[in-house]
Each structure stands twice: as structure tokens, then as C-alpha cells.
Write a protein that binds this ligand. Structure first.
Ligand code: CAA
Length: 286
């Protein structure tokens, strides 16, 4: 089975920094890209904070932390990805932004057999494959937040993905990164978000219609159903802006009211209350 050794990650936000961290901890040489020096510095700090958390929990030694950081290189130039054999795109959940990255990567990657994967939750992978000259080497690989903690990866081949490429990427996620893989068809939301998003937007509608407070809605699902966190706190973790984009893509794909973003979600995003990363969302964070 083909081994991917030189990995690239485009985007060092919540998901990209987690993916880069997990790859570097697995012993891989990783290059991470962000659009400018400021975004790179923020992404690097996020990654270091997550490593520090691993150290506090006893899962990582001082030496392991230093080793992981040594395997990571940061750049704002996608030209530095020329020698990569697998690149995982994790930029904002917008089709135009992702398509631009795919177009550029396709031109930059020297190896015609290098694989380009997207961490999108809801944008059809085939739309991204179609802007490249290597659609057989494009696949979805969807991680979950926080990436170092959640064990699942969804692997999504399109109608154009070569079967062996999907198998190679699935083997990489399982054997190299230690994740568990499930496979899904190229439909917005795949498996997890197709089930999760209607639940999350229902919680926002419940709050909007005044059925219960945010605290009580969350306590209901934590204490009543043993979920690790309630739906509104989970939205804060995902980021309300990201959740809004996902719900919009899913609504666009299926035209089902159960995916339609509620007005309150739009208003909170407009107000900048996008969750934990902003210090406030449905809850307030120190
Ligand atoms: N980086 C590294 N490690 C982290 C971490 C991070 N960002 N966040 C938490 N951890 C580790 C902690 O270090 C801790 O490790 P130890 O047990 O070794 O101490 C462990 O995870 C548990 O963390 P905490 O004790 O701080 O907190 P917790 O027990 O309340 O768990 C949680 C926090 C892991 C976030 C948990 O509440 C949880 O799993 N929540 C559900 C998250 C979820 O559903 N994610 C999926 C979202 S959907 C998605 O991502 C896909 C999409 O497309 C939108």
C-alpha cells in the first residue's frame, strides 16, 4: 500500500491546525499554509496551545512536543507544496475559496499522482475535483473537532475518484493517524453532519421560540442523553459561522426545511458572536 510521507495542510484554523498536529505527531513531515503571516501566527499559537493541553493531560512529553514542532513548517506560499504527496485542504467552508486552493494546488504539485483531499463538511467534493486536471486523485477526508481527540474520519470518494486512491487515504487515516474510517457518498453532510445539523439547528429554533434557556437546552441533552456537551455549546465549539455555512450548503443541496438555518443563527454570526473562538456565542467564554 502506498505511504504518504510529505503532507501539506492548507488552512490553520480550528480544523487545519488539528489535522496538521495529528499528522506531525504521527511522525510525518508537514507543511502548513495560511493566507498571510498574521493568520499563520494565530494558527501556530492554536496548534501549540493544543500540544500544551496534550502535555498537561500526560499524553505528550516535552520531547514529543519539541519533535512534533520540528516536523512542522509554516508558509504563506502554496508554491512550497511542490514536493507534497498528500495535501489536505481545510480553508473556510466556502466553495469559491476551496476551488481556488484546488486549482492552485493542482498546478503546484510536481508529482502528477499526488493526492488532493478536502476536509469540507458539506461542499460536493466533485465540484472541487472538477477544477483540477487530476479528478481521479481528489477525495474527501473529513475530520471532527477537536481533531486530536475525535476518533472518526469520513472518507468520501466522488464518481471520479480512483478506488485505490480512496483506499490509500483510508489506510493512511487508520494506520498512520490511528483514526477509525467510515465511508460515505459525495452528498452534502455525508453521514455525521446529515444527522447532526438538523439536531443543532433544531436547538437554535427551540431557543429562538423561547421553549427553554440555552443552559437548560444544553443541560437537557447532557444530563438526559449523556451527550458530552449540549447542542448550543457544541455549536459554539464548531463555530457559528462554520455551522451556518454547513447548514446553507445542505439546504441548497436538499431544499429540506430541516437544514434551513434559523434567523437567530444568522443574526448571531452577523453580530460576531460566533462561539468559543470569539469568546461568545450561545454561551460566554473567558
Ligand atoms: N486539543 C488537544 N486535546 C484536547 C483538545 C484540543 N483542542 N480539547 C480537548 N482535548 C483533550 C484534553 O486534553 C483531555 O485530555 P485528557 O483526558 O488526557 O486530559 C480530553 O480531550 C478531554 O478534554 P477536557 O477534559 O478538557 O474536556 P471534556 O472532557 O469536557 O471534553 C470535548 C471536551 C473533547 C470537546 C468533549 O466535550 C466532546 O467530545 N464534545 C463533543 C465534540 C463533538 O461532537 N465534536 C464533533 C463536532 S462536529 C464536527 O467537528 C464536524 C463538522 O463538520 C462540523
Amino acid at each position: 500500500m502506498r505511504e504518504f510521507r510529505r503532507v501539506g495542510v492548507v488552512g490553520c484554523g480550528l480544523m487545519g491546525s488539528g489535522i496538521a498536529q495529528v499528522c506531525a505527531r504521527a511522525g510525518l513531515d508537514v507543511v502548513v499554509a495560511e493566507r498571510d503571516a498574521e493568520a499563520l501566527a494565530a494558527g501556530r499559537s492554536r496548534l501549540v496551545a493544543s500540544l500544551d493541553r496534550g502535555m498537561r493531560g500526560g499524553k505528550l512529553t516535552e520531547e514529543g512536543r519539541a519533535e512534533t514542532l520540528r516536523r512542522l513548517a509554516f508558509t504563506s506560499d502554496l508554491g512550497d507544496f511542490a514536493d507534497r504527496d498528500l495535501v489536505i485542504e481545510a480553508v473556510a467552508e466556502r466553495r469559491d475559496a476551496k476551488a481556488l486552493v484546488f486549482e492552485r494546488l493542482d498546478r503546484v504539485l510536481a508529482d502528477g499522482d499526488a493526492v488532493i483531499a478536502s476536509n469540507t463538511s458539506s461542499i460536493p467534493i466533485v465540484d472541487l475535483a472538477a477544477v483540477t486536471a487530476r479528478p481521479q486523485n481528489v477525495v474527501g477526508v473529513h475530520f471532527f473537532n477537536p481533531v486530536p481527540v475525535q476518533r472518526l474520519v469520513e472518507v468520501i470518494p466522488t464518481q471520479l475518484t480512483a478506488p485505490e486512491i480512496a483506499d490509500q487515504v483510508a489506510a493512511f487515516a487508520e494506520r498512520r493517524l490511528g483514526k477509525t474510517v467510515i465511508r460515505a457518498k459525495d452528498r452534502a453532510g455525508f453521514v455525521v453532519n446529515a444527522l447532526l445539523v438538523p439536531y443543532l439547528v433544531s436547538a437554535v429554533r427551540m431557543l429562538e421560540s423561547g421553549v427553554a434557556s440555552a443552559e437548560d437546552i444544553d443541560a437537557g441533552m447532557v444530563l438526559g442523553c449523556a451527550h458530552p456537551m449540549g447542542p448550543l455549546r457544541l455549536l459554539d465549539l464548531i463555530g457559528l459561522d462554520t455551522a451556518l455555512s454547513i447548514a446553507e450548503s445542505m439546504y441548497e443541496e436538499f431544499k429540506e426545511p430541516l437544514y434551513a438555518p434559523p434567523p437567530l443563527l444568522r443574526r448571531m454570526v452577523a453580530a460576531g458572536a460566533v462561539g468559543r473562538k470569539a469568546g461568545r456565542g450561545f454561551h460566554v467564554y473567558a
